[in-house]
Design a protein around this ligand. Structure first.
Ligand SMILES: [Zn+2]
Length: 400
């Protein structure tokens, strides 16, 4: 499904031509520039609106299928009792922004982040770096608390299902905060006051786009990746791609016994840039891993969750380092998710983000492997994955 089809579905339009007619546009049947700008609110989940005579929040809410509370949340500096004609308001539309039934491209991530930040202005959006192909590595933060946690997803391209997982959690959490509601039984407001959540939902946007179709044949990076993949004919292209577009496996690029990871992977035949398992020319050779290290050093999180797929396992250890409390919290993660708590197998136990975090911080850092089957996991697993991880994601805030 194309992005414009998602917009049409949300707008309730059976076809592009119908949508164009309804919007007073030329019914070309193609997503041309004017049509695209009319479709954007249906992707971002909000529109800008100028107050007309006779308006009040209830009337506006009814017109756009939203609620007065959602409008108040999106416009914290406006007084609903003193509207004036021509005043500009942000109107959240009456659906959830983050879709969970289509491949998550970088473009879709940007729409969702912009949409959530508009609907929930207490979210802060800040890129932390830029990939070799110019995509920004996005970070979004929420919370006022002195305790800090960092969640990340999609270090590995074909594990992109972890991006909508984190984004959906963010949307549910932001909504619960704004409605003074609960999330997994916890008061969202209390968590918001106590904890600051930093989220990097797509560490590897270049690689994700290759797998999800955001990057098409002929666009920068595609041919380079294809050429690298030819040395590994047994790995399907692009579905088997885990690395960034330079062929470096980002979760083997951290300075945590990187030389050991190199030895293991070279022995397995992964001794050059390719779809997976190449550790890079040196630790932190890649802008993505470097950005993650810089962010971590800046915000100093007390806990990190790194989301991967698949296996339904939580990994909590690096070497024999016994981080105080890490095993006990890992056991609670396992209990709320039904996942197993395990040590990392030797062959994949080095140079990952979690490894680096535990080694340098001596604080709890976990890798969570969601879902079951072959990567990329089908979106049909999304509901089950979300249900099993809501507890982990919330407990991470409460206990981190
Ligand atoms: Zn992974």
């Amino acid at each position: 499904m194309e992005l414009y089809e998602l917009a049409l579905r949300r707008a309730g339009a059976p076809s592009l031509q119908e949508f164009q007619r309804k919007e007073g546009l030329v019914p070309t049947g193609r997503p041309d520039a004017p049509t695209w700008s009319a479709l954007l609110p249906w992707l971002k989940g909000y529109r800008a609106y100028r107050v007309v005579p006779g308006d009040n929040y209830s009337r506006i809410a009814a017109r756009f299928g939203t609620t007065v509370r959602a409008i108040i949340t999106a416009n914290p500096n406006q007084d609903p009792l003193n509207l004036f004609v021509g005043q500009l308001l942000t109107i959240p539309l009456g659906f959830e922004v983050v879709p969970t039934d289509l491949p998550f491209t970088y473009e879709l991530l940007l729409f969702c982040l912009e949409g959530l930040a508009a609907r929930y202005p207490f979210l802060t959006l800040r890129p932390i770096g830029e990939t070799a192909y110019g995509r920004k590595i996005q970070q979004i933060s929420v919370g006022l608390g002195p305790r800090r946690v960092l969640y990340n997803g999609a270090h590995h391209a074909n594990e992109w299902i972890t991006t909508p997982l984190l984004m959906k959690f963010l949307e549910s959490y932001a909504r619960a905060i704004s409605e003074n509601g609960r999330i997994f039984g916890f008061s969202a407001q209390k968590l918001y006051q106590r904890v600051t959540l930093h989220l990097v939902p797509m560490v590897n946007p270049d690689g994700v786009d290759l797998v999800t179709g955001g990057l098409r044949e002929g666009e920068p990076g595609w041919a380079e990746a294809k050429a690298l993949s030819e040395a590994y004919p047994a790995i399907p292209f692009p579905e088997g791609w885990k690395a960034n577009l330079r062929g470096v496996d980002l979760n083997l690029n951290y300075p945590a016994l990187w030389e050991q990871a190199r030895e293991n992977k070279f022995a397995q035949g992964y001794d050059r840039p390719g779809p997976r398992d190449y550790v890079g020319p040196r630790p932190l050779s890649e802008p993505e891993s470097e950005a993650m290290v810089r962010l971590t050093e800046l915000i100093k999180p007390g806990l990190t969750l790194s989301y991967h797929s698949q296996g339904e396992v939580v990994y909590w250890k690096f070497l024999q380092i016994e981080v105080p409390g890490a095993q006990a919290l890992g056991e609670r993660f396992a209990a709320v998710s039904g996942y197993r708590l395990e040590d990392v197998p030797f062959a994949s136990g080095f140079a990952g983000y979690k490894d680096w975090f535990i080694l340098t911080r001596d604080l709890p850092g976990y890798t969570v492997e969601v879902g079951r089957g072959e990567n990329p996991l089908p979106l049909s697993q999304f509901g089950d994955i979300y249900a099993k991880n809501l507890g982990i994601l919330t407990l991470g805030l409460a206990e981190g």
